[in-house]
Design a binder for this molecule. Structure first.
Ligand SMILES: Cc1cc2nc3c(=O)[nH]c(=O)nc-3n(C[C@H](O)[C@H](O)[C@H](O)COP(=O)(O)O)c2cc1C
Length: 172
C-alpha cells in the first residue's frame, strides 16, 4: 500500500513554522476584505482566516494579526463587515493586503462601497457581505480571534470566487 502523506521527521515536533506555512499553502481559501469605520475614516484588510461559526444566531469568526491597524479600529468601533470577493477583484485583494502602498481611506478609492446596518463599509460587488457586531475576542499566539454576530447581509451574489492557494490568487 502506498502512502500519499509524507510525515514530518519525528524529531521536528512541533513542526517548524515554515513547514506549517508550506502545508497551509496547499489549502484553498476564499478571499475576503474585512472593514470597519473609525474616527479617521474607513479601514480594511484582506483576510482568508474567516469562518462560519453558527446560524443561530448567525455568527462568524475572523483571525487578525495583533499589530493590524484594522484590528485596532474594529475594537474601537465594535463593528466590522466581512466582504467575500468575486474572482475578478484580485486588485482589491492586493490593495487591502497592502501590496499597493495604500492606507486607510486610500484603499477604498476603487470599488463601489456602501453600508448595510452597522456603518462598516460593504462592497456592492461582493459575493456576500456579512455585517457584524463584535461579540467576543480571544488572543491565540500572534493573532486575535474576533467573533461577530451578523446584523445584516449584502453583496451581489454573482460571479465566480476568488481563492488564495499556493501563495497565489486564483479565480474559480
Ligand atoms: C491572501 C492574503 C490573506 C491574508 N489573510 C490575513 C488574515 O486572515 N489575517 C490577518 O491578520 N492578515 C491577513 N493578511 C495580511 C493582511 O491583509 C495585511 O497585513 C494588511 O496589510 C493588514 O492591513 P492593516 O495593518 O491596515 O490592518 C492576508 C494577506 C493576504 C495577501
Amino acid at each position: 500500500m502506498t502512502s500519499t502523506v509524507q510525515p514530518f521527521p519525528p524529531e521536528a515536533e512541533p513542526p517548524p513554522g515554515q513547514a506549517f506555512r508550506d502545508a497551509m499553502a496547499q489549502v484553498a481559501s476564499a478571499v475576503h476584505v474585512v472593514t470597519t469605520i473609525g474616527p479617521a475614516g474607513r479601514v480594511g484588510m484582506t483576510a482568508t482566516a474567516v469562518a462560519s461559526v453558527s446560524d443561530a444566531p448567525p455568527t462568524v469568526l475572523v483571525c487578525i494579526e495583533r499589530s493590524s491597524r484594522t484590528l485596532a479600529a474594529i475594537e474601537a468601533s465594535g463593528v466590522f463587515c466581512v466582504n467575500t470577493l468575486p474572482g475578478d477583484l484580485v486588485g482589491t485583494a492586493e490593495i487591502f493586503a497592502n501590496r499597493r502602498g495604500l492606507q486607510g481611506e486610500e484603499r477604498f478609492a476603487a470599488g463601489d462601497w456602501g453600508t448595510l446596518v452597522t456603518g462598516s463599509p460593504a462592497l456592492r460587488d461582493a459575493l456576500a457581505a456579512f455585517d457584524c457586531r463584535l461579540v467576543a475576542s480571544h488572543d491565540i499566539a500572534t493573532h486575535r480571534v474576533l467573533v461577530g454576530e451578523v446584523a445584516g447581509l449584502g453583496g451581489a451574489g454573482r460571479g465566480g470566487s476568488l481563492i488564495y492557494r499556493r501563495r497565489q490568487f486564483e479565480a474559480v
